[in-house]
Write a protein that binds this ligand. Sequence first.
Ligand code: IMP
Length: 421
Amino acid sequence: MKVDLLLGLQWGDEGKGKIVDVLTSKYDIIARFQGGPNAGHTLVFNNKKYVLHTIPSGIFHKNKINLIGNGVVIDPVILCKEILNIRNENIKISETLLISKKAHLILPTHRILDAASEMSKGKNKIGSTLKGIGPTYMDKTGRNGFRVGELESKKWKDKYVELRDKHIELIKFFKVNLNFNLKKLEEEFFQSVDELKKIDFVDSENFLFEANDKKILAEGAQGSLLDIDFGTYPYVTSSNTTAAGACTGLGISPNSVNQVFGIFKAYTTRVGSGPFPTELFDSYGERMSKVGNEFGATTGRPRRCGWLDLVALKYACRVNGVSKLMMMKTDVLSGFDKVLVCTNYNYKGKIINYLPYDLSESSLKPVYKEFKGWSEDLRQIDSFENLPENLNYYIKFLEKELEVPIVIVSVGPDRKETLFR
Ligand code: IMP
């Protein structure tokens, strides 16, 4: 079995959904390995836009299997809404979607716990998407979680009630004023669970192992700098978003990993709290936000924008063992008179080229290299060879610094606006 991995190298929202959709024709199985409905993978084709949260981004292609792996946390309510949304596209979900029995379920009280925890943190809040991700992974590692496979037992509601009641006690601990109608949330949850049961639950690690002769693409969510171990802790998500997460989130061995595709934007964005050394508060940042339509696909929150951070990107390439790079939203930078790239940090009076333990240290300042901008509308360009000279120079510089080839440059949101090298 050989598996290619596809991961975000920044703070998420790099455009993974679009690229998975573009690459799916080369694969038989697309498998999501971590995260949950905190993700928002946007796909645009035939003048229509779809946002997927839990379903792998290969779902719009016929005869492909889309697997939600054991490392994913699933909110049945959100998953059912996603399924309804894509039904219009004539997708036979029951034939193309599989769910790992070992994936954990997000209960309504996980979402409430998430909100209570964030509220209690005040100005130090993580900026969570409030989808219950943290509390669900906490129950998983605390060995109290509720797994999809449990739904096959006649007594699953007893287990549900036990966990829910425990959560209700925990919510009190936060001493915050939260209004919620649990009865209504539960009704919706139980209805969605009934729908979920129409999908095949599988022992996904065995399924992948048996799919020996198939081509598999593992799809990551969020980005490397949001990784629970290697991200900007504590301002991170609660799963391993990096390459190792694909092994534990699908049950594949490290030696089955073939290519590692790393996706990054030509600039940087971040949603939620936490350090962001190259963040811009000027007209350049405003322009990125406006032209790039930088609003969270899941929460609608404005994304913070800044220049490309090569120190962080290099770190992400190393942690993931990236073998091929894909640069996204390059068209957004068209018309900038200059483009800056952070090549080093000035940290405690020294110039460094690595990510220090604490990125929020106040003395940390980016050191920039300036490039000439380009004015051409990239969305009209149909091959790598025709890219503007200044952009070519930018790409070559990045490849040299990162020591990894850039094989795709995305020049617009549509499937078709993708240049291959
Ligand atoms: P959580 O995973 O919802 O708890 O959010 C933790 C942090 O990760 C917050 O800063 C979120 O904004 C961020 N985050 C979570 N999922 C995504 C994503 O898919 N894209 C970008 N940021 C995300």
